[in-house]
Structure formats: structure tokens, C-alpha cells
Design a protein around this ligand. Structure first.
Ligand code: ZEM
Length: 287
């Protein structure tokens, strides 16, 4: 870069403080725009960070949060990504305010912020993702299909490099948010506190009686009160004996869930990223 006067301009090298500013700005917007859905953009920000990361393939080392290729068609139009424009648009003013941050770092940092601000555990994070062009878009079909069973979960998450315990811990994110008929076709939240991260998803999986919902939409389960839902893939976690062990463990102890969840989210958000920085930073939740 050369300035108007012909003097080489110093490249802006962001420090931890600069990323703290972004974290705090995301946290502030979560409070300012509290009329969305159940009162928070938090859940859809978590889903954005997860869908950006969950395209990773260990064999070909393609996909993952590096690149932020969901900005482009066809990836933005993949069925699994329906509705995530709301999350990307929510973050756009932050990208404008801090143009030096990559979308791929911004999306994962926003996911970390949303999880912490919704009462979740501390999730260490480090920068280092660079945005790619459209040629790095991943093929459709890399994210899980909610109508399927345990075999599909092991195949999809195995491709990312996750084991049974990690699959179950990650699924605890469904304590948050809801299904939308105009996005996935499914309907309803998993828990009574969809803007707070808790182990309620696991508690409800084991304590409630889940029945098929009688409706014209895609096959899903509902509880007796008909206020809550489970996807076929959620029920696979209690139907499969190996998965169920972990569901029971996390249902009994939220601290154990939080510890394992933090570790596996760090791993998810870092899949395939060629980091130069070893140190991870911890961001203080904003009161
Ligand atoms: Zn989800 N997820 N997910 N998920 N997810 C939805 C919503 C949310 C699956 C799935 O099909 C769906 C993980 C794993 C899996 C979140 C986080 C994480 C919805 C509803 C569906 C259908 C979308 C809609 O209609 O808006 C399947 C099959 C999964 C395999 C196990 C993992 C892992 C997650 C994070 C770590 C979150 C936060 C939501 C709520 C989004 C919102 O807008 O409220």
C-alpha cells in the first residue's frame, strides 16, 4: 500500500483489543435488536458459525469456517442454509465498522460471543481465517439431514473428524433457538429457554415422552404439552446405545456438558483453518 504522498502506508495489524471491540459490538447488537424471534439473534448466529464450519471434510481438507464461502451462491442457497441470511445481515454493519476483519473470523467470533452471552461456557478463540472466492464453495449435502438416523450422524460428523461423544456434546446446542417452517420446514423450539444455553436439551430428551407430531409437515416429534419438539436426528441420540451414554451424562451434569461443549466448539470453529497464531484468547462476557 502506498499513500497519496507516496510514502508506504503501514499495514493495520489488529491486536487482541481490536477483536475485543468486535466481541463487544456483537454483544451490544444482541441487546439492541431483541425483538427478533424469541428475543435474540443469538441462536441464529450460532447456527451461522456452525454451518460455516460444518462443511469440513478431513479427507480433502476442504470446507470449514476458513473462506466464509456461504456469502456466495450456490452455497448460500443450499437447503441447509435457509434463513442464515438473517445472521449474515445482522453482522454486516460490524464488518463495515471493522473492515479489516475477515468474514470468516467475524462469523466464528460472533458465534463465540452469542454462546457466551446466552449463558454458555467460555469459548477460547483465535483469529486467522481468510475469506476465499466463490471457487472454494463446498458441494451441497455436507451438513446433516434432520430426517435421518444414527448412521447418517456418524457419517456426516465422522467426515468432519468427530467421535460419538463429540457428536452428542455438539447437539446440546439445540437447547438454543427453534425450527422455522419457512426455513427447514420443521416447527418449534427444543426447550423452554431457547435463548439460554443449558443442558435442558439432554434433560428433556431423557425425561419427556416424545410422540410423532400429527401434521402435514416433515416428520418430527413433540412432547405432551405440544410446545416442544425433537428432530428425528435428536431422537437418534437416545435410540442409539452408544450415543445415549453421553446424553445421560450431560443430562445429569451441566458442568460436564459445558466443559465438553466448549472443547468441541473450539474444535468445530477451527476445522481446516491454517492458523499462524497458537495462542487462543478468552473474551469476557459483557454484563
Ligand atoms: Zn442444528 N438445526 N442441527 N445444530 N441448530 C436447526 C436449528 C439450529 C440439525 C438441524 O437439521 C437443524 C447442530 C446440529 C444439527 C443450531 C445449532 C446446531 C434446525 C432448524 C434444523 C432443522 C432450522 C430452522 O428452521 O430455522 C441437525 C440434523 C444436526 C445434527 C446433529 C449443531 C452441531 C449446532 C451447533 C453447535 C441452532 C443454534 C439452531 C437454532 C437456529 C435458530 O434460528 O433459532
Amino acid at each position: 500500500l502506498v499513500s497519496a504522498a507516496g510514502i508506504p502506508a503501514k499495514e493495520f495489524v489488529p491486536t487482541q483489543d481490536d477483536y475485543v471491540k468486535i466481541y463487544n459490538e456483537v454483544a451490544k447488537r444482541l441487546v439492541d435488536f431483541d425483538e427478533y424471534d424469541d428475543g435474540s439473534y443469538g441462536p441464529v448466529l450460532v447456527r451461522l458459525a456452525w454451518h460455516a464450519s460444518g462443511t469440513y471434510d478431513v479427507e480433502t481438507k476442504t470446507g470449514g469456517s476458513n473462506g466464509a464461502t456461504m456469502r456466495f451462491q450456490p452455497e448460500s442457497d443450499h437447503g441447509a442454509n435457509a434463513g442464515l441470511k438473517a445472521a449474515r445481515d445482522f453482522l454486516e454493519p460490524i464488518k463495515e465498522k471493522f473492515p479489516w476483519v475477515s468474514y470468516s473470523d467475524l462469523w466464528t467470533l460472533a458465534g463465540v460471543c452469542a454462546l457466551q452471552q446466552m449463558g454458555g461456557p467460555v469459548i477460547p478463540w483465535r483469529p486467522g481465517r481468510a475469506d476465499s472466492d466463490i471457487s472454494a464453495c463446498t458441494p451441497d449435502g455436507r451438513l446433516p439431514d434432520a430426517s435421518k438416523e444414527h448412521k447418517h450422524l456418524r457419517a456426516i460428523f465422522g467426515r468432519m473428524g468427530f467421535n460419538d461423544q463429540e457428536i452428542v456434546a455438539l447437539s446440546g446446542a439445540h437447547a438454543l433457538g427453534r425450527c422455522h417452517t419457512d426455513r427447514s420446514g420443521f416447527d418449534g423450539p427444543w426447550t423452554f429457554s431457547p435463548t439460554m444455553l443449558t443442558n435442558d436439551y439432554f434433560k428433556l430428551l431423557v425425561s419427556e415422552k416424545w410422540n410423532w407430531k400429527k401434521w402435514n409437515g416433515p416428520a418430527q416429534y413433540e412432547d405432551k404439552s405440544k410446545a416442544l419438539m425433537m428432530l428425528p436426528t435428536d431422537m437418534a441420540l437416545v435410540k442409539d446405545k452408544e450415543f445415549k451414554k453421553w446424553v445421560d451424562k450431560y443430562a445429569k451434569d451441566q458442568d460436564v456438558f459445558f466443559k465438553d461443549f466448549s472443547e468441541v466448539i473450539v474444535k468445530l470453529f477451527e476445522l481446516g483453518v491454517p492458523f499462524k497464531q497458537d495462542e487462543r484468547w478468552v473474551f469476557k462476557a459483557v454484563e
